[in-house]
Structures are given as structure tokens and as C-alpha cells.
Design a protein around this ligand. Structure first.
Ligand code: SF4
Ligand code: SF4
Ligand code: SF4
Length: 588
């Protein structure tokens, strides 16, 4: 690719000739505002915020789609451009339900920030009717509360949600309905999302620049439990939460704040502060055993991982014939909840009815997962997990409680269910589950201790990663993917016989849980020029690298739970408590 020379606001830069003006401006240290652009999937020049003056271009150019040319001179910040952007914002706000004081996105709304930057302090264009505020459906037709809520009166029709659902996730259950002032984002025939094959991944929520999309807020249920003296309330965060929640407290992306997180949870009033990473280690014991059994009994193979509920629903919706391939293991969240309501309750003489179990997840689909069948190991009507919060919801609780997160001293998790190996920590990144499983399976098969526990072939952000390992004559072929469009590609190759594997890891969200739909919001400006997935994953890999305990089967807490309660991995009791089943769903 040849390079060209471009001058942006008087600053000369040399960039590849296929760059857009937006990219070239970034190289020059200049941020051009955008509200709709999302790298690779939504370059539609719809919001008109990125208009610039460029030589050789008639009228104003949309910087997100206009390619640079050699010798081009660009102006991004003239009085006319500032006026044009201000007018654009005023038009966007003309039918916007302004609830900034209490809006869930008040702190990180991209629209509100730009309105402030451009001094949009009055509404010049009034009179247009606001779209109705979407009714919060208390119970969907599946008998469950909705997981994702949409308020079209705060939607700016940027279409980021539509693009991410279609191109990254290959689900495509939302689009733009009607035309003109009536245009609104919705499912076909305006059906509630709960009645579509939406997989609850929350990727649409993650990229929405405003408060038009959000997850169901379950924080009041947790406050109520914390204020109920008859309840013993425990909580545990998922592997990736410690590497992301810091972003809500102005830490740089990829800062691991595990110690402060444990301290904050204790200050919120939880009786015990545990770690889902311990359950991730138990998942490896169960899933590794399942893989070895399937290898011995010739299938069904490939074994497909089951940690990601968005992926599970996708498989149930679109590949029901592959359900027998999915591991029967509950996810780490599911195993944590099931062991709390059985093992922990029994050991501590707590009636499971009085035990309130909270998880903190990177994921909106986890809210759906806790309502699935089989998620009540202590008996019907006693869910394993009472509330699954997203990272964002927990950050809001910490702020509301007035806890000065940054001033907290590091504290450990409670040891009864708070010790985890490095293998448990890396679950949060794509390839992490596979690597954790390989560490254990390799040692069981070979009977030898691994000299180096790192499996670099399955790390990183390639769409599909493949590797083959010869474990003392047992050949194991593996593949790893994330993002459901990539999962579709991989499953189609498996089904056509083009590729054969023994074990496949799939995560619904591109990059894995570090980029989950419940993680802290990052603006388009950040998403488009920083690889969030890589930066966030680094925190988990560096924590693992610095640990002595790096293999799930060496975790002393895991050993104790098997010795004193579950007997052995894959035992009848372990199956009853830690395993589940799946159902084919209707594809519309
Ligand atoms: S979406 Fe943004 S601009 Fe609209 S009410 Fe919420 S914070 Fe305010
Ligand atoms: S939650 Fe996921 S599947 Fe559902 S609409 Fe949003 S992006 Fe699409
Ligand atoms: S719901 Fe959010 S992401 Fe989707 S079009 Fe509206 S503002 Fe954009």
C-alpha cells in the first residue's frame, strides 16, 4: 500500500492511501466528532457530525467515509463546521427526551458530551413529536423479565446497534422500522426482543452512544436483600470484571483492581465476598473430564464449550442439531451459584432459602442464564443465582453507596470460595477457557507436569484460532473463536466436514468476556482507535503470568470441595449439581 501526504489543520501526516480523513486526523492527533461511526461495521455517514472541509471534495466531506488523497488539505475546526455540528446536535435533540439528570448514561453519554462541548444550551427546533418511551415489559412472552430495554425517545438513529447485531453477531433481529419522523429501531413487526432469536449478548447496548439501550436494572433487588436481616447475602465477580470495573472509576483501560473490588464489595455489606474464578477452576475439572470421556468413547465430538450463555442460545436457535456437542457443564456463574446453595449452605448450616447469591458478570446474557431450567440445584423455586448484575450495575451501586473506590486498600476474597488459579483468571479472554482446559488435560493425559503452562496458539484476536497437540500419542485438535458471526463460520466448516476438531471454545462477544455487553461503556472515539479487547485481556494474562498457582487441578479450594463434597470430577453428585441441558429453540 503506497503512502500519501495529507495536511490536517496545518499538520502534515503521511498515511496509507486507503485511510479515511477520520483515520488520518487521528494520526495528526485530532479527534473529529462522530456519533454513528464504528470501525469495520458502521461507516454510513449518517450522523453528519464528522463533516469537514477537504480540497478536491465538493461540499463538505464526511470524514468517516471520505478517503484521503495525496496533497489533500483538510480543515476540521472552522467556525462554519462548528456551527454545522451545533445545528446537527440541535436537530438530534429536537425530539429527544431530555432526562440527563437521571439517565443511566448521564456520566458517559456521547450525545450529552458533544452537546456540552458545542454549547447546545437551548432547544431551537421544538415541536416535533417525541417517539413514545418504550414501555418496560414486566414479563415477556417467555414468562421472563426482559434483559435488554430500549427507549426510542433517546435514540439518535445512529444504527450502531443494528450493525453490531448483524455483522459481529449474525443475529440481525433489529433494524430501522417505518420512515421519516416515525423511523425507529425495533425488531420486525415491532415484536419485543424476548420474542425474537435475540441472544441477549448486549453488544448493542455496549455500542449505543446514548441511554436508548440499557440492561434491566436489578440493583434494587440487591439493595433489598442487603437490607433484609434474614438474608445471608454473598457475591462473587466473574474473571473479567476485575480488569474492567476500574474504567468506571477513571482507571486506564486494562487496570486490574481486584483488591479494591473485594474491599468495595465488603463495604457494600455483603456477608461473604467470593470469586467466580474458583468456579472457573471447577468448570475446568468438569469440562476436562468430559472431554477425556468423549475422546475415549468417540464422541460426540467436537466438544463445544458452554461458558457463554449468548453462544448457547445462538446454538439452540440456529444450530439445534449440534446441541449434543455442547458440554453439559454449567458456566462458572452457574457452578458458583449451585455450589453456594448446596455445598456452602450445608457446610455453614444456612437454609438455602435464606441465602441470597449475587454474581457480577460482564454480560447481559447472564441475566437470562440464571432463569434457565436446571439452574436450581437446591430444589425447585430456589435459583442457584438470585441476581446477576453487570459490571456497570455494580459500579453504580458502589458510587451510590458513596464508597471512594480509588482510596480503598486492597483486600483479598474470602478464602472459602475465593482462591483461584491463573487458569481461572484467563477465562475472561477469548482462548482463556481453552488454555485453562489444556493445562489440566495435558497433565492428566501425559502424567507429567507442564514445563510451560502457556498455550500461545489459542491466544489473540484472530477470528478463528486452530492448534493441534500431541499428548503422549493422544492427538487433540482445537479451535477457538469469538463473536457469533465467526462462530457461524466455524460451525459451518465443521458441519460441512471441511474442518475437524476435538474441542472448540466459543464466546459470544468478540474478544470474549472482556468485551462483554455488560462491561463499562467506552465511546466510539475510544473503540475506533483502541483495541479494547486486547488492552483489557492484557490485565488477565499478566495476572496469570505473575502467579504460582496456574492450573485449575492444583487449586487447594477445588481439591477440598471434591474431597469433602463432590467426590470426584464427573461424579454422580457433580453431575447433579454442576451440569445442565439445552433445548432446541424456534428459528423465526
Ligand atoms: S441519552 Fe444522553 S442526552 Fe439523552 S437523556 Fe440520556 S444522558 Fe441526556
Ligand atoms: S442483545 Fe445481541 S442479539 Fe440481541 S439485539 Fe442486541 S446485539 Fe442483537
Ligand atoms: S438504539 Fe442506540 S445504537 Fe441503536 S440506533 Fe438508537 S442511539 Fe444508535
Amino acid at each position: 500500500m503506497e503512502n500519501v501526504h495529507v495536511k490536517i489543520d496545518g499538520i502534515e501526516v503521511e498515511v496509507p492511501s486507503n485511510y479515511t480523513i477520520l483515520q488520518a486526523a487521528h494520526e495528526a492527533g485530532i479527534t473529529i466528532p462522530t456519533l454513528c461511526y464504528l470501525k469495520d461495521i458502521n461507516a454510513i455517514a449518517a450522523c453528519r457530525m464528522c463533516l469537514v472541509e477537504a480540497t478536491g471534495v465538493r461540499n463538505l466531506a464526511a470524514a468517516c467515509v471520505q478517503q484521503v488523497a495525496d496533497g489533500m488539505e483538510v480543515k476540521t475546526n472552522t467556525p462554519e463546521l462548528r456551527k454545522s455540528r451545533k445545528t446537527t446536535l440541535e436537530l438530534m435533540l429536537s425530539n429527544h427526551r431530555m432526562e440527563c439528570l437521571s439517565c443511566v448514561r448521564s456520566d458517559d453519554c456521547e450525545l450529552r458530551r458533544l452537546a456540552a462541548e458545542y454549547g447546545v444550551d437551548q432547544n431551537r427546533y421544538t415541536g416535533y413529536e417525541q417517539l413514545p418511551k418504550e414501555e418496560v415489559v414486566a414479563v415477556g412472552s417467555d414468562g421472563l423479565e426482559p434483559r435488554i430495554l430500549r427507549d426510542n425517545s433517546k435514540c439518535i438513529l445512529c444504527r450502531r446497534c443494528i450493525a453490531v447485531c448483524r455483522y459481529n453477531q449474525h443475529v440481525a433481529v433489529i433494524g430501522a422500522n417505518d420512515r421519516g419522523f416515525e423511523t425507529h429501531v425495533a425488531s420486525a413487526f415491532d415484536m419485543p426482543l424476548t420474542e425474537t432469536p435475540c441472544v441477549n449478548c448486549g453488544q448493542c447496548v455496549a455500542v449505543c452512544p446514548t441511554g436508548a439501550l440499557r440492561e434491566r436494572d436489578d440493583t434494587d433487588k440487591v439493595w433489598d436483600a442487603l437490607n433484609d436481616p434474614s438474608k445471608h447475602v454473598v457475591i462473587a465477580p466473574a474473571p473479567s470484571v476485575r480488569a474492567q470495573i476500574g474504567e468506571c472509576f477513571d482507571y486506564p483501560i486494562g487496570t486490574n483492581v481486584e483488591g479494591k473490588l473485594a474491599a468495595a464489595l465488603r463495604r457494600l455489606g455483603f456477608e461473604k465476598v467470593f470469586d467466580v474464578d474458583t468456579a472457573a477452576d471447577i468448570t475446568i475439572m468438569e469440562e476436562g473430564t468430559e472431554l477425556l470421556e468423549r475422546l475415549k468413547n468417540n464422541g460426540p465430538l467436537p466438544l463445544l464449550t458452554s461458558c457463554s450463555p449468548g453462544w448457547i442460545k445462538f446454538c439452540e436457535e440456529y444450530y439445534p442439531d449440534m446441541i449434543p456437542n455442547i458440554s453439559s457443564c454449567k458456566s462458572p456463574q452457574g457452578m458458583y451459584g449451585a455450589l453456594m446453595k448446596t455445598y456452602y449452605a450445608e457446610k455453614n448450616n444456612i437454609d438455602p432459602k435464606d441465602l441470597f447469591v449475587v454474581s457480577v458478570m460482564p454480560c447481559t446474557a447472564k441475566k437470562f442464564e440464571i432463569t434457565r431450567d436446571d439452574m436450581s440445584a437446591a430444589g425447585e423455586g430456589l435459583p442457584d443465582i438470585d441476581v446477576s448484575l453487570t459490571t456497570r450495575e455494580l459500579a453504580r451501586m458502589i458510587k451510590r453507596a458513596g464508597i471512594r473506590f480509588r482510596d480503598l486498600k486492597d483486600e483479598p476474597f474470602d478464602p472459602a470460595f475465593g482462591v483461584a488459579s491463573g487458569a481461572g483468571h484467563i477465562f475472561g479472554a477469548t482462548g482463556g477457557v481453552m488454555e485453562a482446559a489444556l493445562r489440566t488435560v495435558a497433565e492428566i493425559v501425559t502424567g507429567e507436569s507442564l514445563k510451560d503452562p502457556e498455550f500461545h496458539d489459542v491466544r489473540g484476536l484472530k477470528d478463528i484460532k486452530e492448534a493441534e497437540y500431541n499428548l503422549n500419542g493422544t492427538v487433540v485438535r482445537v479451535a477457538v473463536t469469538s463473536g457469533l458471526a465467526n462462530a457461524k463460520k466455524l460451525l459451518d466448516m465443521v458441519k460441512s466436514g471441511e474442518r475437524q476438531y476435538h474441542f472448540i471454545e466459543v464466546m459470544a462477544c468478540p474478544g470474549g468476556c472482556v468485551n462483554g455487553g455488560g462491561q463499562p461503556h467506552q465511546s466510539g472515539d475510544v473503540r475506533n482507535f483502541t483495541d479494547l479487547r486486547a488492552e483489557r485481556a492484557k490485565a488477565l494474562y499478566s495476572e496469570d503470568a505473575g502467579m504460582e498457582l496456574r492450573k485449575s487441578h492444583e487449586n487447594p479450594v477445588v481439591k477440598e470441595i471434591y474431597d469433602t463434597y463432590l467426590e470426584k470430577p464427573g461424579s454422580h453428585k457433580a453431575h447433579k449439581i454442576l451440569h445442565t441441558s439445552y433445548v432446541p429453540r424456534k428459528v423465526y
